[in-house]
Write a protein that binds this ligand. Sequence first.
Ligand SMILES: Nc1ncnc2c1ncn2[C@@H]1O[C@H](COP(=O)(O)OP(=O)(O)O)[C@@H](O)[C@H]1O
Ligand SMILES: [Mg+2]
Length: 477
Amino acid sequence: MIPLSLADIAQITGARLDLVPDPGVTVTGPVIIDSRSASPGALFAALPGERVDGHDFASAAVAAGAAAVLASRPAGVPALIVPDVPAAMAMLARAVVDRLPGLTIAGITGSAGKTTTKDLAAQLVERLGPTVAPHGSYNNEIGHPLTVLRATAATRYLVLELSARGAGHIARQCEIAPPSFGVVLCVGHAHAGEFGGLAEVARAKGELPAALPPDGVALLNADDPRVLAMAGRTAARVVTFGRAAQAAVRAEQVRLDDLGRPAFTLVTPAGSAPVRLRLHGEHNVVNALAAAALAGELGLDVPAVADGLSAATARSKWRMEVTVRPDGVTVINDAYNASPEAMAAAIGTLAAMARGRRAFAVLGPMYELGGESRACHEEAGGLAARAGVAGLIVVGEDAAPILTGAKAQHSWHGEMLAVPDPAAAVEALGARLAPGDVVLVKASRAAGLERVALALTGEAQAEEARAGQARAGEAGQ
Ligand SMILES: Nc1ncnc2c1ncn2[C@@H]1O[C@H](COP(=O)(O)OP(=O)(O)O)[C@@H](O)[C@H]1O
Ligand SMILES: [Mg+2]
């Protein structure tokens, strides 16, 4: 964060100072929510957690050097008391942005691919100057301001992932860190249940282009009519990207290697260059094009964009993570989350990677789809069957309509199996997998199917140890 005195922060957030001997003390950052990461000059934001209350760790944070705590009640240490800690974090984030006129802010939204595109874009934009981007999917009311607050006087670019679970969320994030560049990937079914339908999803995602200034740039996916229509909701210049021939930034000669990694010619108004992605799945082509369009508008030349895309790695875990086991079984761990669009992309990648080898799809429930849930699951089952998988393993009662969808494909003769939980899926696979097979594991995060993938790749024990440590240390959250 940029240095601010406790008096400055009190003024910005409307906080009352409690037990502060010297309001001139400077917070040099970072702003933290885990007392274990406290360092001299930090500001500890005390949040109520699911199991623990941050206020209980205020003294530990100050003992470790934190200059003060941002809290909603006195905590026995120097504190800035506010009625709503996340709201105060948002105010502080906005104030930091206002004090950094040299900062260029880009926002990325869409129903699927935000984190991947953000990670790709950050790896390109870093070539232009110091860049701050969220870790993983740090994009909620806490993660968003925390990311913005990482900006310092040296930061040139903020690349933000903007997510919404309802109307107004993205507009609010755009108030905290007003973007001049906005990328919209797609309008899909993720959280459509909470929104009330695709039209509402489109309206919410459109809050990003609507927030852009006239001298900004809206980067819109030409393949998605609902996204393209957002051109009518922005004062900014529009640049399109996508697979469509009329997209300004597009891919030609797309092909996949044996591990489903796309290679293509990046075509832009400024020239063309070959790209070979390290990410798996054809759906990542459009994510790469979005990142390329953004970086190009920010001033990165085409060879550097192509080079950067070809060097970029997946920074966030469990999204199409491909592991080839020593016995030749290939495991695709895409258990981070699921929506119908992501499900279709993953099954398509499985089919492309299998090419004559046996494919297994281990699919669990997709949550938060509202009234379309059953139809979406049946569609996923149909896709798996039409992809010709040798085995379809459906995990959990909530995912049962996947079986119905697969059964409806009468020309498919693969094996179909319903199992109650991840452990049973692992057992079923153990009896079936042979060298050369390809296995896709996919469901919503809440289904916990990463346990299947981690057991298959032999990472389960290491992951269990890590999770155990995290649990033991969670008291400090
Ligand atoms: N362009 C896309 N189309 C369909 N599915 C995608 C796309 N990009 C990513 N996915 C899939 O969506 C899931 C979430 O990806 P992620 O990049 O974390 O997106 P988000 O942050 O929007 O949730 C993963 O399973 C990923 O493979
Ligand atoms: Mg995300």
